[in-house]
Every structure is written in structure tokens, then in C-alpha cells.
Design a protein. Structure first.
Length: 169
């Protein structure tokens, strides 16, 4: 995976309100690239809940042994993706799309872990098809899908939002 500059991360994280009562943040990644530390630090500073999930068990254990933030192994085959019945205000997915297992089920299980009006952000490599990802999000009842342009030099970002009462499949 490519590098993410700290100023790029800082720009992206301006989307998370400050001094807002407890927010819940879900972060699924295969490579922290500085985003883990920034989300963790913001969560500690603001009193937000930050759940870091990593599909690669070895990398998950490495993060747990070498950083102050705890991660949990993420299993694409789990019945539900949320932890302790938590639903999330912000979801960050920083994975190559080819690493998403059981893709149709992944999007279907991702939807219920988002709060109503919750936001999801996919951070994908420049060479990945953002239009195809946008179609998948729309097909799974996310709205307001928008690429966030000129934020990261080496990545594309696609944001979307869950709307209340939509997609009761």
C-alpha cells in the first residue's frame, strides 16, 4: 500500500465533528498508514469510541503488540460486523477492494452497522474502479455517494451516507 501523508489524514478527519457527544468510529484496514494513530488520538482526545478491525490476523497481533491502540481480528464471515451491538457514526474502510471477501454479503452486513445518517468512507488505491464501488454502495442503499477529490495523493476516497428508512431489505 502507498503512503498517506499526515496532512492528508488531517484534512480527511475534519469531517468528524469535534466536541460532539460520544461518536462511534469503525475502521477496517489492512494497513494503518497513520490513519489508525490519528483516529485513535482523536477518539482519545474527544471521548469517542474507536473500533479498529484488521482482517489479517498476523498484522492484527502486530498492531496489538506495538501500539497503544487495540485492534480486533475482523472476520468477513461473521454473522454481524458490529461489536457489542454498537452502530457507528463513521465507517472507514481502507482495504484494496480485492481483499473484501464475500463482497455482496459484505455490503449487506455493513449497512446495519451504520447509524441512520452515518457516513462511510472507502479509501482505495488510485488504480481501483471508484465508479464500480459507487454503484455497489448505491445498490446497497447508500445515498449521497461522492468522491472526495484532491485529498490523498496516492488514494481515492468515496464517501456515502446511510439514510433513515431506506433499504429495509
Amino acid at each position: 500500500m502507498q503512503t498517506i501523508k499526515q496532512e492528508e489524514i488531517d484534512d480527511l478527519l475534519t469531517i468528524i465533528p469535534r466536541n460532539y457527544p460520544i461518536l462511534d468510529i469503525f475502521h477496517l484496514t489492512s494497513s494503518c498508514q497513520g490513519l489508525c494513530a490519528s483516529l485513535y488520538n482523536l477518539s482519545q482526545q474527544m471521548g469517542y469510541n474507536y473500533d479498529l478491525l484488521i482482517p489479517n490476523l498476523d498484522y492484527c497481533q502486530y498492531i496489538n503488540q506495538t501500539t497503544p491502540y487495540a485492534s480486533e481480528h475482523f472476520d468477513f464471515h461473521k454473522k454481524r460486523y458490529n461489536r457489542q451491538a454498537r452502530v457507528y457514526d463513521f465507517i472507514f474502510i481502507h482495504l484494496p477492494l480485492k481483499e473484501i471477501e464475500e463482497e455482496p454479503l459484505f455490503f449487506k452486513k455493513l449497512y446495519p452497522v451504520s447509524k441512520n445518517a452515518g457516513k462511510v468512507f472507502f479509501i482505495i488505491e488510485q488504480d481501483e474502479n471508484i465508479s464500480e464501488l459507487e454503484e455497489k454502495l448505491i445498490a446497497h442503499n447508500y445515498v449521497a455517494t461522492n468522491p472526495i477529490e484532491n485529498t490523498f495523493e496516492n488514494y481515492q476516497i468515496l464517501g456515502a451516507q446511510k439514510m433513515h428508512g431506506w433499504g429495509n431489505k
